[in-house]
Design a protein around this ligand. Structure first.
Ligand code: FO1
Length: 307
């Protein structure tokens, strides 16, 4: 691929595809735009779970078994907190805390974009990673148990409450980050990739930012998603449960319907039926290891060139 690619990403699935894309594209041709709706303050620390998952994955530091955090991390801090009666529902590894301490300190004088760029540089990440916005946007989940803060719904209650809708607190006054806007207006842009992240929790906050949907629709380059579903199940996380609670099938067709005309193409698993209304690439979309990530990214980029 000769032009640049913007990837919209959230947690584990997005991070894995971005790692694959980073192996197929020169670093200057990839910008990863990361959801910050999951961000929250905990123990006085600014925690950006999706930015961390993307950074740790691109730096090959990620805990692949757990899905978040640093591989081989210890929990001495959490154990000491528990001894003092502290809450344990959100587990912070010791090395992970270093990231949150650094970010929290730097954020006193720098934007989240600048802090993210500095953390990425220190971790040796060459592709551009930007938060979706420098202003705080906080996802809240309307459920049968009332409106819940994102991490309360996701981690503390393990996504058990029935999902109804989302509220993105702060979105009206938030702006897409400078790096996000620059990547979308790059004359060399050749595609926007919607990663196989949770469409509701990870991608929707990015799309809900003022002007983003309109800008994506106005682009003359293809917008292509990789499905997060295989055989009616999400590869990871609660996306299938949430789609069903919304009355949408947890399939590639449900995905295309959900994105409401945004997509030109979709990459689906070979086990699944093709959706109508978009171009389809059917392949093995399960990313078990780095080899799968690179293969899927290659197939995605080849597909994009046909659109
Ligand atoms: N997810 C969990 O299910 N339990 C945790 O204790 C937890 C801790 C955690 C700490 C730092 C971090 O960056 C992420 C962490 N996550 C944890 C993952 C995270 O909350 C969610 O997976 C994302 O917000 C959804 O993409």
């Amino acid at each position: 691929m000769s032009g640049s690619v913007v990837a919209l990403a959230g947690g584990v699935g997005g991070a894995r595809l971005c790692q694959g894309l980073s192996q197929c594209l020169p670093a200057h041709q990839l910008t990863v735009v990361v959801n910050t709706g999951d961000d929250f303050e905990h123990w006085g620390l600014q925690i950006c779970p999706d930015l961390d998952t993307v950074m740790y994955t691109l730096a090959s530091l990620n805990d692949t078994a757990q899905g978040w955090g640093v591989r081989g991390d210890t929990r001495h801090l959490m154990q000491a907190l528990a001894r003092l009666g502290g809450e344990e529902w959100f587990a912070l590894g010791d090395q992970d805390v270093a990231t949150h301490l650094m970010r929290t300190t730097l954020l006193k004088t720098h934007s989240l974009s600048a802090v993210t760029a500095q953390l990425c540089q220190r971790l040796g990440i060459q592709v551009t990673v930007v938060p979706m916005s420098d202003q705080p946007v906080r996802t809240q989940v309307e459920t049968d148990q009332g409106r819940l803060a994102f991490q309360d719904y996701f981690v503390r209650r393990a996504c058990q409450p029935v999902f109804k809708s989302l509220v993105f607190s702060g979105i009206e006054v938030a702006r897409p980050s400078p790096g996000f806007l620059a990547a979308l207006s790059d004359p060399e842009l050749s595609a926007v990739v919607v990663c196989p992240s949770n469409p509701l929790l990870s991608i929707e906050p990015i799309l809900a930012l003022p002007s983003v949907r309109a800008q994506l629709r106005a682009l003359s380059v293809p917008v292509v998603a990789v499905s997060p579903f295989i055989g009616g199940q999400a590869v990871k996380g609660p996306a299938a449960k949430m789609f069903k609670e919304l009355g949408l099938p947890a399939t590639a067709s449900g995905l295309v319907e959900y994105y409401q005309g945004l997509l030109d193409g979709v990459v689906i698993d070979k086990a699944d039926g093709p959706p109508s209304g978009v171009k389809v690439c059917s392949t093995d979309i399960l990313m078990r290891d780095a080899g799968d990530q690179a293969r899927l990214a290659r197939e995605l980029l080849t597909f994009v060139e046909t659109l």
